[in-house]
Design a binder for this molecule. Structure first.
Ligand code: FE2
Ligand code: FE2
Length: 346
């Protein structure tokens, strides 16, 4: 089938190991991925999936300690008192690079040379990619440039940024009741799908779209970590409480972090509104629509399953309408995104 073939081609392009895992999951589950997989270590999640969102949204679901936790965490997010995550210097460097559409060896060399601390894995990745023997990291713009001239610049920035983002999103603090791996799987799958759509719809800077998508659900982790501050030691919060708070508060929490990190305003706004049905700001509409279609398609495939897909059929969503995606062109436009065309009508 065309879809299967294009799924493989789509995810096969990244040298990272995660896309390969996604590919094998897709092959293993086939069309059952239209629903979340219900085997393996997902027992707790099954309870949540069975819970209708409209029921879960009612706070009277919680009582006693859980109701107290829900109230405190909600108030914390609404008043901006979240436990934030510090942006590492390595990520800041990449946001400087993302600000330029046309990457040149000169520009990247200058940015890396001026960065106060370039992690060893970045220099060794570039040295390996350039075919240089791994030794001392470059010490001047000229040395960086000499290496970069032997690399595919876009691919290098893309892969190093991904590795740094993974490090950031999967590093401590860990919470036993929060699945960091699932969040990363979902974020990466959504970012690849977003980048693909950005290229297809000729969005100005596909790398910026990719970066936005990579962090679009960072708020889940921020909410969980904020929750941890309100949870007594040795208390494991029930999964439906975690899901309820993360789902309802992650856009707002993600936007707070994006603003604290001084990310471009467009990124912060799209992160803060990626589940909204309407985007009122015209200049952000393309990025919002592309990310939302990618996100919803990935959720319908069960990748990372950190959120339930919106209940509306995909082709009825404002974002697909904005992109003029219809029954007639869905397969040809979106076939490479796993599950999208086939799940468009569910
Ligand atoms: Fe989300
Ligand atoms: Fe998402």
């Amino acid at each position: 089938m065309g879809i299967t073939r294009s799924i493989t081609g789509f995810f096969g392009k990244s040298p990272l190991d995660e896309p390969a895992k996604i590919k094998s999951d897709t092959e293993k589950h086939g069309t059952t991925l239209l629903r979340p997989p219900s085997s393996g270590p997902l027992k707790k999640k099954e309870a949540w999936w069975a819970l209708k969102p409209e029921v879960a949204a009612r706070t009277h679901l919680f009582s006693g300690l859980d109701a107290e936790i829900a109230e405190k965490v909600t108030r914390r997010v609404h008043t901006g008192r979240i436990r934030s995550i510090k942006m590492p210097e390595s990520i800041r460097v990449f946001f400087i690079l993302l600000s330029r559409k046309d990457l040149t060896a000169d520009f990247i060399a200058e940015v890396l040379n001026n960065a106060p601390d370039v992690p060893a894995e970045i220099s060794s990745y570039i040295m390996t990619n350039a075919g240089a023997s791994t030794g001392e990291a470059p010490k001047s713009s000229a040395e960086w440039k000499a290496l970069l001239e032997n690399c595919n610049l876009k691919e290098t920035v893309h892969e190093i940024f991904t590795l740094q983002a993974k490090k950031l999103m999967t590093s401590p603090p860990h919470m036993d009741w929060f699945d960091t791996g699932a969040l990363w799987d979902h974020s990466l799958a959504t970012a690849l799908a977003t980048e693909h759509l950005a290229t297809m719809f000729r969005f100005g800077n596909p790398l910026l779209a990719y970066a936005t998508a990579l962090f679009h659900d960072l708020g889940h982790r921020v909410v969980a970590w904020t929750m941890q501050a309100e949870i007594p030691d040795d208390y494991e919060p029930p999964i439906h409480l975690v899901r309820h708070l993360c789902n309802n508060l992650h856009e707002e929490a993600g936007m707070l972090v994006a603003k604290a990190w001084k990310l471009p305003e467009a990124m912060a706004q799209v992160i803060g509104n990626h589940h909204s049905e309407n985007n009122s700001q015209d200049k952000l509409a393309a990025l919002w629509a592309i990310l939302q279609v990618a996100d919803q398609s990935v959720l319908r495939c069960g990748h990372g399953e950190i959120e339930a897909p919106e209940r509306k059929p995909l082709l009825e969503c404002e974002s697909t309408k904005y992109l003029h995606i219809s029954d007639d062109n869905a397969e040809s436009l979106l076939g490479p995104i796993p599950g999208l065309a086939i799940s468009a009508t569910i």
